[in-house]
Design a protein around this ligand. Structure first.
Ligand SMILES: Nc1nc2c([nH]c(=O)n2[C@H]2C[C@H](O)[C@@H](COP(=O)(O)OP(=O)(O)OP(=O)(O)O)O2)c(=O)[nH]1
Length: 138
């Protein structure tokens, strides 16, 4: 089975992280994830993420750092989830696809019913938190 590349954004704002809950009509209904989506043929992953965040949330982001991609096999597909830490630089959030979004403290993330591919990313985020978030934002 071919691996589908998917980008996702860890948007950190005022010391909190934006998580989105997938809606009933999406794959993995009800699961929480970092917003993003599939990379199109020939598309640069960062360009994909900027496009997906614009489409899904209606906001602009500035991509800062890439975390470690996660390969995950779901029953019907294999994905490579490519996470980028990003700042929210403009626009107001208007949901186009997700059921809801929320801003969470780093230590609340494991309380959510996360998409399984996101769990290693949340671990890495927790480990690197002090390096990723300035002291006045924590
Ligand atoms: N966007 C995103 N998708 C994730 C995450 N974790 C995870 O397992 N996935 C899965 C869910 C989907 O099976 C796949 C991404 O599909 P998607 O539905 O978000 O992407 P898309 O908007 O480009 O898809 P489509 O509706 O056009 O087919 O990756 C995550 O943190 N963010």
């Amino acid at each position: 089975m071919k691996i589908i590349p998917v980008t996702c954004a860890i948007i950190i704002h005022q010391g909190k992280v934006l998580l989105a809950q997938r809606s009933e009509v999406m794959d993995l209904p009800g699961k929480w994830e970092f917003p993003g989506g599939k990379v199109e043929m020939g598309e640069d992953p960062k360009a994909c993420l900027i496009r997906e965040i614009g489409e899904e949330l209606g906001i602009q982001i500035l991509i800062k750092t890439e975390l470690t991609p996660v390969d995950f096999d779901y029953p019907t597909k294999k994905i490579r989830l490519i996470p980028f830490v990003a700042d929210w630089t403009g626009g107001e959030i208007i949901l186009a696809e997700h059921a809801q979004v929320g801003w969470y403290d780093q230590n609340q993330l494991f309380l959510l019913d996360l998409a399984p591919a996101d769990i290693p990313i949340v671990h890495e985020l927790t480990e690197k938190w002090v390096n990723l978030v300035a002291p006045n934002q924590r």
